[in-house]
Design a protein around this ligand. Structure first.
Ligand SMILES: Nc1ncnc2c1ncn2[C@@H]1O[C@H](COP(=O)(O)OP(=O)(O)OP(=O)(O)O)[C@@H](O)[C@H]1O
Ligand SMILES: [Mg+2]
Length: 264
């Protein structure tokens, strides 16, 4: 057995085409790192949030959390400026209680949704989020996971500065792989250097071979097998990590690839 690498803080963003498994991967990674005694801050950057249920939080727990997009008042209160609180280099523990829901060493922060048009723009909350991720002071071993929303337009220089590794999820199908390559090109343009592909929904060798072939020179961190447990788990409000040992095994390999990539 290989020795565990020294736990260093990690900031991981998860991107890819809509519905490809970004939230599923983020939740699996969260429980993988928690199982290894590491603190996890999971951030749902999707304006239509789904990470909470995937992490096993109940609707009641989630109703407690005030999304970042609705927090301007508190940020003003605390710092005299909208992003000021983040300039003070907060630790995960410093994050305003109202902003997160937590369970043990797991904290979830919601970016929230702001209506376009009348209700304002989604962009400010998004830039506040990047400020936060960039300035957050992480303790040894802490992991920040950013579940991005589908698409690539939000990939800016600030995202590049704030994450160590971007995982791009694709299924064994041409469209999600094309999106993965597109995300990779755009991410590289803004200076994200560590990009790894993750295959999801793999039903067998044929799927794996298809993905490997079309990945071309996109380095693959690992693959998550299609799970018959996913839907029943979702319905029962349980996490995939807790019900499917194969998914837990698959994500362990992916996490190892991320840690290797972060140290080179
Ligand atoms: N390996 C898998 N096996 C079986 N079902 C899966 C797997 N991965 C994801 N799913 C299911 O596919 C659906 C979409 O997954 P998920 O929500 O993680 O995708 P997403 O990329 O986050 O979607 P969105 O773009 O809407 O945020 C979910 O119902 C999830 O349970
Ligand atoms: Mg999602």
């Amino acid at each position: 057995m290989q020795p565990e690498p020294a736990p260093r803080p990690l900031r991981i963003a998860v991107a890819g085409k809509g519905g490809v498994g970004k939230t599923t991967l983020t939740a699996l990674l969260a429980y993988h790192f928690l199982a290894r005694g590491r603190g996890v801050l999971a951030i749902d950057a999707d304006p239509s949030p789904c990470l909470g249920p995937a992490l096993g939080f109940t609707a009641d727990e989630l109703a407690e959390a005030v999304p970042l997009s609705a927090m301007e008042g508190v940020l003003d209160e605390r710092s005299g400026g909208r992003t000021g609180v983040f300039r003070m280099n907060p630790t995960v523990a410093d994050l305003p209680e109202r902003l997160t829901v937590s369970r043990g060493a797991l904290r979830l922060l919601l970016l929230g949704s702001v209506e376009h048009g009348g209700g304002g723009c989604f962009c400010p909350a998004s830039s506040v989020l990047r400020e936060l991720v960039r300035h957050l002071m992480l303790k040894e071993g802490e992991v920040v996971l950013l579940d991005l929303y589908a698409g690539v337009e939000h990939l800016g220089r600030a995202t590049a500065d704030s994450v160590d590794t971007m995982l791009v999820v694709a299924g064994p199908n041409p469209r999600s792989i094309a999106t993965a390559h597109q995300v990779r090109r755009m991410a590289q343009e803004v200076g994200i250097e560590r990009l790894l592909l993750v295959g999801n929904g793999i039903t067998g060798n044929e799927d794996a071979a298809y993905l490997m072939d079309r990945a071309e020179d996109f380095e693959i961190a690992g693959m998550i097998r299609a799970s018959v447990e996913a839907l029943p788990a979702e319905r029962a409000g349980r996490t995939l990590y807790s019900v499917d040992r194969r998914a837990a095994t698959d994500v362990a390999e992916i996490a190892l690839a991320v840690e290797r990539s972060a140290t080179r």
